[in-house]
Ligand binder design. Structure first.
Ligand code: ADP
Length: 312
């Protein structure tokens, strides 16, 4: 029986480096590395939770293709319960990530099967059995948008299942209008500063969190990249600093952070301590290529947090 059911975005990432210029039409340039990684908010958070020792299920959609089989295999390899619909009518979502010599990244993204995920894909029994359902990549899931997602979260809560939601970037710029119906059913809301600033029209993490809590969210966590994260759960509010690490690849840091935070949250830790674990898992993530490669066990994450200096 899973503790956490992650529902949402599953993506195959093809990472190419270095890409300092694009070939002319019909041309070819040589690169040093082309790697296939699993990615997407629900996939990365799910794998990171499993690595931290949290029993996890993942719900999503892929195409009936090799990239989809790859994403499912990675979940299974980590002992995750898989509820992934292989949809023959579409292709697995994929992103080509071109990394420049200096580290800047450009993306070519195809939404594919994620766009067809619907609330009915989430088995009722899974909501009844899980301690928490996590929606990973809300703004990238048009089949859940607004009322359908609100109904799913409401159903989860009625069955005694906690809820969390990580927003992602809204390419359609609906922001608050799409999120508002869900807020009162969200126990923990995650987003990075840019995303939640667009949702609220505010720039200050404290004001952002206060507004989202006033609209119904339980705990609000604003991810601040190398500045760590700001958290407000109504009893404690403040910024928790990030750890000082050598950054290799920031892909998936936010998803790994969510896994760390939720691990503490489900253990009943107070908000600042859960955020510190989130920062540790996010920092472990950025030290390696790919979203969950650098993430270790809970014991390793705690040792990392105890031995790694904070960023000034
Ligand atoms: P997202 O990936 O959702 O945009 P962030 O970039 O804010 O989210 O990263 C999520 C978390 O990962 C941060 O809150 C922080 O804990 C950690 N993190 C990200 N970048 C760094 C960094 N350069 N150094 C240390 N920790 C980082």
């Amino acid at each position: 029986m899973p503790d956490v059911t992650c529902v949402g975005v599953l993506v195959a990432d093809v990472i190419v480096r270095p890409v300092d210029r694009w070939p002319q039409p019909g041309g070819l340039i040589l690169v040093d590395r082309v790697e296939l990684h699993s990615g997407g908010l629900a996939h990365t958070t799910g794998v990171a939770l499993a690595k931290l020792g949290v029993p996890t299920a993942v719900v999503g959609r892929v195409g009936a293709d090799r990239l989809g089989a790859f994403l499912v295999d990675v979940l299974r390899e980590h002992g995750i319960e898989v509820y992934v619909h292989q949809d023959a009518g579409t292709s697995t979502s994929a992103t080509v990530v071109a990394v420049a010599s200096g580290g800047d990244r450009s993306f070519l993204h195809m939404p594919g099967a994620n766009a067809r995920l619907v609330p009915e894909d989430v088995p009722e029994t899974l909501l009844a059995d899980s301690r928490l359902v996590h929606l990973g990549g809300y703004f990238l899931l048009p089949g859940l948008d607004g009322e359908p997602a609100a109904a799913l979260l409401r159903r989860a809560k009625a069955l005694g299942c906690g809820t969390s939601l990580d927003v992602a970037w809204d390419a359609h710029e609906r922001w608050m209008s799409a999120l508002a119906p869900c807020l009162r059913y969200v126990d923990v809301l995650f987003g990075n500063l840019d995303e939640l600033a667009c949702v609220t029209g505010r720039a200050d993490p404290a004001e952002i969190a206060a507004e989202l809590r006033a609209l119904g969210a339980g705990t609000v966590v604003v991810k601040l990249g190398e500045a760590g994260a700001y958290v407000d759960d109504g009893t404690w509010r403040g910024r928790v600093p990030a750890f000082s690490v050598d950054v290799v690849d920031t892909t998936g840091a936010g998803d790994a952070f969510c896994a760390g935070f939720l691990t503490g949250y489900l253990a009943g830790w107070e908000a600042a301590r859960s955020t510190r674990l989130g920062n540790a898992v996010g920092a472990m993530c950025v030290t390696a290529m790919g979203g969950s490669t650098g993430v270790g066990s809970l014991e390793e994450a705690q040792r990392f947090a105890d031995t790694t200096p904070l960023r000034p």
